[in-house]
Design a protein around this ligand. Structure first.
Ligand SMILES: [Zn+2]
Length: 236
């Protein structure tokens, strides 16, 4: 069900999802999606009332999604700062019309691109292809690193571009990771890898599951908290 309300001068539309649960929760995701999850049977008037009370918070989140449109390719020009592995890197673009393809080099605190096409969309595509490759290598390396302490091996590992998930584990034992995790701080990156690998053993979030995560990463709660506070929109 789609509902909307007026907050100051703007109309904020949101999607209502009914779930068997006790409390209501609101999610704001880029570019401008608002989802409200409510207990089964909640009356429309009550939903509107509760969501309106949060109008200020929702509007702020929506604005943050927009300005975090640093994700927008128009920002990807020479001298821009982009986040990679949790650090800011200086983007250096060198245009060379004689080239056939673009080339990316990641240095200590800068990312250099040699390209025949400096259009922001092209730069974004080039960077994404590079980050995806970096993500695949780093993910496979970390899986090998943690494998000795996890009694099950993944069947296959897929790198995806999910909208709202960092990773997942299927009942077939396949692990899926969002390539954007390469933009996160390495500790958070490792937590996502370990979290999904532990799902190979426990396909739930039971006590045993969290005990296994904690036995491998005793400080995992810091990464868990970090993920709750940062949306991927701020990164890409
Ligand atoms: Zn999980």
């Amino acid at each position: 069900m789609q509902l909307s309300f007026l907050y100051q001068n703007r109309i904020i539309a949101f999607e209502v999802i009914y779930r068997p649960r006790k409390t209501m929760s609101i999610r704001v995701e880029p570019p401008d999606r608002v989802t409200v999850i409510v207990p089964l049977g909640t009356k429309k008037a009550l939903i509107l009332e509760k969501v309106k009370e949060k109008g200020h918070w929702i509007a702020e989140k929506l604005d943050a999604c927009k300005s975090a449109g640093s994700a927008g390719p128009e920002q990807l020009k020479n001298g821009a700062r982009i986040v990679y592995r949790g650090e800011k890197y200086l983007l250096c673009i060198e245009v060379d019309y004689s080239r056939k393809n673009s080339k990316v080099k990641i240095l200590d605190r800068s990312i250099h691109i040699k390209t025949p096409d400096p259009a922001p969309e092209a730069i974004k595509g080039t960077l994404e292809a590079c980050f995806r490759q970096q993500a695949r290598e780093a993910i496979e390396e970390r899986i090998r690193f943690y494998q000795p302490v996890i009694p099950k091996k993944p069947n296959r590992v897929f790198i995806k571009a999910q909208r709202s998930r960092w990773g997942s584990c299927s009942s077939l034992g396949n692990l899926n990771f969002n390539w954007k995790i390469i933009l996160l701080p390495p500790a958070v990156f490792d937590y996502i890898i370990v979290h999904e690998m532990c799902h190979l053993v426990y396909l739930n979030h039971s006590r045993e599951f969290w005990d296994l995560v904690a036995s491998i990463l005793p400080n995992y709660k810091e990464s868990y908290q970090w993920l709750r506070e940062h949306s991927q929109a701020q990164l890409w």
